[in-house]
Structures are given as structure tokens and as C-alpha cells.
Design a protein around this ligand. Structure first.
Ligand SMILES: Nc1nc2c(ncn2[C@@H]2O[C@H](COP(=O)(O)OP(=O)(O)OP(=O)(O)O)[C@@H](O)[C@H]2O)c(=O)[nH]1
Ligand SMILES: [Mg+2]
Length: 429
């Protein structure tokens, strides 16, 4: 198993309250307001630390709080800012919102340091509220509240190459032959239950990391047979070695096997069939002499599609070296950019007015979907949809709060109308 996980709680600092006070000086009978502003609450920050390679620390300490901003003081003194808290994580840590599982940040590639949760702004002191008619304001602004989130941290070792194929085709046998890994091998389906990794060393060529995943079956892309769990592990690999039993030992047709697995790869949440692929036509040592060779039929169908085919025997080692050098060459040609997951959850918008309710329903009479409630009203009141920034905020709000998912659950189709307080728009994915 190469997924290291931890569940933690983080909280940003509350903004300090603004202060109410009045100048008191000798010979000045009624001084003006001099209440200072509250300090800013501390941010929750994540930073990549090259020296780390596990999430172990986060399984021991689970709660992380940034400091609160201090209240303002008399004589226009600004309250002290709360201290930021910096959580150091290994590269490749994916930070998700715990309840929805949505990605907030992927600490890979360029993402070395991010502010995950901003501290609250400090409130204005009463000095800001003096006007010609109100010279002694007794009001100061409260600081913005702290924000909290439950997070799931997940570390994935990034394998360059993933082995995919039906159960029992020889994926683990291949990994064991070419790497330091010692996965279990046996002549029955689902021998491999957890993904495992091995390092492939090559002379005169750069080595790579290979991931063996459990066998896929039809319906894997819908989660059947733990398909989601397994496919998730190959999301970030750069090349797939598609292993097939070219001897058809179990009475199936190798070509149909390849098509079926490709269909599952295509149907998964992200289209994995777009990844560069190489076919390992395995078990050639047991193809009966003189038989119409499946290898040639595989070549005829897949090589014109740009997928190289290598006949191998993972047991005898025949053809394996050629396969590995071709994989190394494919990796060499690719840029070194790791695949970085896109943000799906936006704490700033998801947590906006989060204690206010809202509802989503279908209005049959109008044939419209209706989203309403104080939370929506406040959000719209606060957002300028004409501006680019405001519109992005609005979109992230719909995504992060789960409103889009609720609409989909109600059966919304492309082009249907959604109504929110006098605002109507067409739904498009
Ligand atoms: N004759 C022959 N048998 C092979 C070859 N490769 C694998 N096998 C046999 O096929 C069976 C399954 O091998 P595994 O490596 O466990 O297959 P797998 O694809 O990892 O299977 P799952 O983990 O169940 O998905 C074992 O009995 C292997 O010895 C090969 O090249 N030739
Ligand atoms: Mg296996």
C-alpha cells in the first residue's frame, strides 16, 4: 500500500475586535474617539518540505490552530496580528476537504506554499466611525470569525508507470521480475489486493518506478471490485503497461480483453485511456506452436493506433528487456512535469455565510430549478457578478457548497434554467 493518509482539523485565527475609547488629555474636556483596530487573525499555511516523506507526524497531532488577532487599544493602538501556523508536508501531498473528498490543493509541481485558510480581518476601532453628526461613536467593528475545516491529507508516491490488465494476466510476475518488489504471485484472480511499487534499474538508461495494481474487471470505472480505489492510483502515472494474456489461458480472447480494459480506463472520472500505453502480450511461452498467433492480431489492431506491442514472457524473461527500454525511452521524451490535481473546493467561498441555510428544488410549474434561502441571498448581495472576480467567486461557491451536485441529483440537464432571487441562468457543465 503506498497511500499514506491522515485526518486533521485546522482553524485560522479570529480577527481582533475594534476598540471603543476616547481621548483623555489634560485640558481637553471631551476627546474624540481613539479606539484602535483589531489585529489580523493568523493564516493556516501549507508548505512543502523536501526532507519529509511521510505523513506520520499528522497522525500524532491532529489539531492545528493559528493565533487570534488581538483587540485594538486606546490611543489608536492597533491590536497585534495572530501568528500564522505553517504545516510542513512532503511533496505530493493532496489536501482534501474531509466530508466531500474534494481537492483543495495538491502540493506538487509549482505548489510549494499555499495559504489554505485566511485568518479573519481585524475590526475597525471607533476612530473610523466619527462623522460630523456623530462625534463620539460608541461602536467598533468586531473582528471576522475564525474558520475551521476538517482535512484529509493523502500522500501518493508518484509512480512513472502503471501496470493494468485483467486479473491473473501476470502483472505481479512482471513487476517481481524487473524490480526489487516482491509482490504475491498465484494462479487465481485478485492475488494482488493492494497496489505495490517497485524501482526498475536499467544500465545506460534512467530507471523508473512501476506500480502494480490489482486486476481490473468490467465495471471497474463504476467502482466495481474496488475499481475506483485502484484506478485512482494510476491517475498520476505517465505511461501504462497494458498486460494481456496473449495465450488466452483462461479461454478469453486477448483482443476483447484489451478493448474491455480500455473502455474502463475511458469511463473513469478522468479519461485514463489518453495516457501513453504500451501493450505487453504476456505468456508467449505457453502459446501452442503453430497456432494462429494472438500477438499478430494484437499488433494489427493496436500498432496502427500508435500503441507499441511487445510479446513477452514474464516467467522466462523473454522480450522483457526490450519492453523496459522502450518504456524508458517513452518517459525520456515526456516532460518532467508531474500531473497536478486541480482545485475543486474553495474554502473562502464554501465557508461564506456557512451557518445560513439554503434549499434546492425543482419548480414543476415553471420548469425551473430554484436555489434559495438566506445563504444564497447574502452571497448574491455580496457578489458583483458583472466583475470577473465576482463571477469566479459565484462559480466556486456553487461548486464548493455542493449546490451543483444537488442540482445534478435532481436530474438537471444541460440547457435547463436555474433561478436564484431574480437571477436566471442556463445550466452548463
Ligand atoms: N506460463 C506463464 N505463466 C505466467 C506468466 N506470467 C504470469 N504467469 C502465471 O500467471 C499466474 C498469475 O500471475 P500474477 O502475476 O499473480 O498475475 P496478476 O496479473 O498479478 O494477477 P492479479 O493480482 O490477480 O490481478 C501465475 O500462476 C503466474 O505464474 C508467463 O509469462 N508465462
Ligand atoms: Mg497481482
Amino acid at each position: 500500500m503506498f497511500a499514506d493518509r491522515a485526518r486533521i482539523y485546522v482553524r485560522s485565527g479570529k480577527g481582533g475586535d475594534g476598540h471603543v475609547s476616547f481621548r483623555r488629555e489634560k485640558f481637553v474636556p471631551a476627546g474624540g474617539p481613539d479606539g484602535g483596530d483589531g489585529g489580523r487573525g493568523g493564516d493556516v499555511i501549507f508548505a512543502v518540505d523536501e526532507g519529509l516523506n511521510t505523513l506520520t507526524d499528522f497522525r500524532h497531532v491532529r489539531k492545528y490552530r493559528a493565533g487570534d488577532g488581538q483587540e485594538g487599544d486606546k490611543r489608536n493602538c492597533r491590536g497585534k496580528d495572530g501568528e500564522d501556523i505553517v504545516l510542513h508536508v512532503p511533496e505530493g501531498t493532496v489536501i482534501r476537504e474531509y466530508n466531500t473528498g474534494k481537492v483543495i490543493a495538491d502540493m506538487s509541481g509549482e505548489n510549494r506554499r499555499i495559504i489554505l485558510l485566511k485568518g479573519g480581518r481585524g475590526g475597525n476601532g471607533n476612530q473610523h466611525y466619527a462623522t460630523s453628526t456623530m462625534q463620539a461613536p460608541k461602536y467598533a467593528q468586531p473582528g471576522q470569525p475564525a474558520r475551521e475545516l476538517e482535512l484529509l491529507l493523502e500522500l501518493k508516491v508518484i509512480a512513472d508507470v502503471g501496470l493494468v490488465g485483467f486479473p491473473n494476466v501476470g502483472k505481479s510476475t512482471l513487476l517481481a521480475r524487473v524490480s526489487n518488489a516482491r509482490p504475491k504471485i498465484a494462479n487465481y484472480h485478485f492475488t494482488t489486493l493492494n497496489p505495490s511499487l517497485g524501482v526498475v534499474d536499467l544500465t545506460d538508461s534512467k530507471g523508473f518506478v512501476m506500480a502494480d495494481i490489482p486486476g481490473l474487471i468490467e465495471g471497474a470505472s463504476e467502482g466495481i471490485g474496488l475499481g475506483h480505489e485502484f484506478l485512482r492510483h494510476i491517475e498520476r502515472t505517465k505511461v501504462l503497461i497494458h498486460v494481456v494474456d496473449a495465450a488466452g489461458s483462461e479461454g478469453r480472447d486477448p483482443l476483447e480483453d484489451i478493448r474491455a480494459i480500455n473502455q474502463e480506463l475511458k469511463n473513469y472520472q478522468v479519461d485514463l485511456s489518453q495516457k501513453p500505453q504500451i501493450i505487453a502480450a504476456n505468456k508467449i511461452d505457453v502459446i501452442p506452436e503453430g497456432e494462429d498467433s494472438a500477438v499478430e492480431r494484437i499488433r494489427a489492431e493496436f500498432e496502427p493506433l500508435g500503441v507499441p506491442v511487445f510479446p513477452i514472457s514474464a516467467v522466462s524473461g523473454q522480450g522483457v528487456k526490450e519492453l523496459l527500454y522502450r518504456v524508458a525511452a517513452m518517459l525520456d521524451e515526456m516532460d518532467d512535469q508531474p500531473v497536478v490535481f486541480a482545485q475543486e473546493y474553495f474554502p473562502e467561498t464554501a465557508l461564506a455565510f456557512s451557518d445560513e441555510p439554503y434549499t434546492v428544488h425543482y419548480d414543476e410549474a415553471e420548469n425551473e430549478y430554484v436555489v434559495e434561502g438566506p445563504r444564497i441571498e447574502k452571497m448574491l448581495g455580496y457578489t458583483n457578478l458583472e466583475s470577473e472576480k465576482g463571477f469566479a467567486f459565484f462559480q466556486n461557491f456553487l461548486k464548493s457548497t455542493g449546490i451543483l451536485e444537488e442540482l445534478e441529483a435532481l436530474g438537471i440537464q444541460e440547457g435547463d434554467t436555474v433561478r436564484m432571487y431574480g437571477l436566471s441562468f442556463d445550466y452548463y457543465k
